[in-house]
Design a protein around this ligand. Sequence first.
Ligand code: COA
Length: 271
Amino acid sequence: MPRFQIRLLKSVEEFRQCEEVQRHVWGMVGASREVLIATQKCEGAVIGTLIEGKVVAFIYAFLGRYHGQWIHWSHQMAVEAEYRDQGFGLRMKRVHRRVALQRGIKSICWTFDPLQSRNARLNIARLGAVPEEYIVDCYGRFPSVLERGLPSDRWIVNWKIATRRVEERLRGKTPVFDSTLPRVNDTRLTSQNFPENTNIRLGLGDRRLLVETPGQTEAMRAQALPLAERWRMETRHIFQHYLAKGYRAEEFFPPRPETEGRCFYLLRRGA
Ligand SMILES: CC(C)(COP(=O)(O)OP(=O)(O)OC[C@H]1O[C@@H](n2cnc3c(N)ncnc32)[C@H](O)[C@@H]1OP(=O)(O)O)[C@@H](O)C(=O)NCCC(=O)NCCS
C-alpha cells in the first residue's frame, strides 16, 4: 500500500489534477476546476486522495436540498484504475462523512448505475446507503467511455450518515445472504460466460426477494453489448415493478462463495 493522504483539496493545481482523473476515468471532464473551486468555497466538499503529492482519486459534492433536507450531493467519485479495489473509495467516503457531520449535514446523496456491481458493493453493502428512487435514463445517453452504449438508468441513494445502520456498516457489519429466499429471476451462463435471464417472475408477494444482476457489466458492455442492453431493460422493469408494489432495494450481495459467485439485490416490503 503506497503512502497516501486524504483531505479537502486546496490548490488550483489539485483541482486541475481532478480534471485529469476525470479524463482518465470517463474520457471527459464533467466538473471543471472552476466548478470544483467554487464548490469548495460554498460548503460543498472536494476531497482527494494524494499519493506522492498527486491526486489519484477524488469526490466532488455540492450543497443542495433533497426531500426538504440540506444534503451534500456527491456528483462524482473517481479512483484511477490502478488504485481501485484498495479501499480508497471507502476511505474517501469516511472522510466525506466526517466533514459533512462537522457541518451539520446528515445525508449524502448520489446516483449510481444499478448494474455496476462494484459501486453497489461499496455504496449499499459497505457504506449502508439505501436506494430511494430508480431514475430511467437519468442523464440521457452518456458519451463517456464508461457509460457508452446503454441508457443511463440510476439509483438515487441516500447515505444517512448519522444512523445506526451506517455506523454498523462502517464498523464492518455485513448482511448475511439467505439463499433460500424466492428469486425474481433465473439465469444461465452464455457461451461467453455472462449471465442471462431465462425466467422473470413479476407476481411474487413475499416480504423479501432476491434479484440477480451481472457482476461484470463493463466486460459485458465491451464484449456483448446487446446482452448488456437486455439486462438494462429487464432490471429496469423488475425494479420499477417491485418498487411500485412497495418494495425497496435494501441490500446488495457481491460475488462470494455463499452467492456462488453471483450478485444479488435484496428487495424488502414493509418495515
Ligand atoms: C466506484 C469507485 C469510485 C470505487 O472506488 P474503489 O477505491 O475501487 O472502492 P473500494 O476499493 O473502497 O471498494 C470497492 C469494493 O468493490 C468490490 N468489487 C470489486 N469488483 C467488484 C465486482 N465486479 N462486483 C462486486 N464488487 C466488486 C471490491 O472488492 C471492494 O469491496 P471490499 O472492500 O469489500 O472488498 C471506482 O471503482 C471508480 O472510480 N469507478 C469508475 C467511476 C465510477 O463509477 N464512479 C462512481 C459513480 S460517479
